[in-house]
Design a protein around this ligand. Structure first.
Ligand code: CA
Length: 224
């Protein structure tokens, strides 16, 4: 899942980005309101985290402008403790939830998971394909009852495939939801990571049927 973070306190923004990346999210961070708005409008994100007080365009203005442009990406607004009335304003502007600073990182993760669940309209708490299961809250992936050890990126790619099981996903769609904006569009990183996943998900279980499929010229899918 790919997240846009717009937060002008660079130290805080970088530490949130780092922590979210460790949780397997792809994160683009912007320290400026206007730039953040342009990214939110021009790129694909699964979630936007918006600080309320920002230079050049504040969080409320960004949320309003995005909703006016029919951008429906869930927005989590970050607001300072002394700005309680702004919080209400933020929600009216089109934010889906808010978090008061300073916040606990676990709380941020819980809010993110809940907004992403709402977005996919998929109320499944654990995704399954055949005898493979993935739990987005614990990041535990199991096949045939055996826990798989995946890197953060492998996990993110598998989660995206499983959230969209049975659907063919193009490389561009995978890039848009699993990698951040710094990825070289000509890199073969998707094929490389699909290869890593195949080894762990399919080749390690030779008695079970392979689940990750390549659809020539179109992309990849998992399941039927
Ligand atoms: Ca701020």
């Amino acid at each position: 899942m790919r997240i846009l973070l717009v937060e002008d306190e660079e130290k805080l923004a970088n530490s949130i980005k780092k922590a979210l990346e460790a949780e397997s999210y792809a994160v683009d961070a912007s320290f400026d309101g206007k730039e953040g708005y342009e990214l939110a409008f021009g790129e694909e994100y699964d979630l936007i985290i918006l600080d309320l007080g920002l230079p050049s365009m504040d969080g409320v203005e960004i949320a309003k402008a995005l909703r006016a442009e029919k951008v429906k990406t869930p927005i989590l607004m970050l607001t300072a403790k002394d700005a309680i009335s702004n919080k209400v304003e933020g929600l009216d502007a089109g934010a889906d939830d808010y978090l008061i600073k300073p916040f606990d990182f676990e709380e941020l993760l819980a809010r993110i998971r809940s907004l992403l669940r709402r977005k996919t309209s998929d109320k499944e708490l654990v995704f399954t394909v055949d005898n493979l299961s993935l739990d987005p809250s614990s990041h535990i992936v199991k096949r045939a009852g055996k826990e798989l050890a995946l890197s953060a990126k492998e996990y993110a790619l598998l989660e995206f495939l499983m959230r969209n099981k049975g659907q063919i996903l193009s490389k561009q769609q995978i890039i848009d939801h699993v990698w951040d904006i710094d990825l070289d569009p000509f890199s073969n990183v998707i094929d490389v990571y699909i290869g890593y996943l195949r080894v762990k998900v399919d080749k390690a279980f030779p008695k079970d049927k392979p689940l990750i499929k390549t659809i020539k010229g179109l992309g990849y899918k998992i399941g039927v």
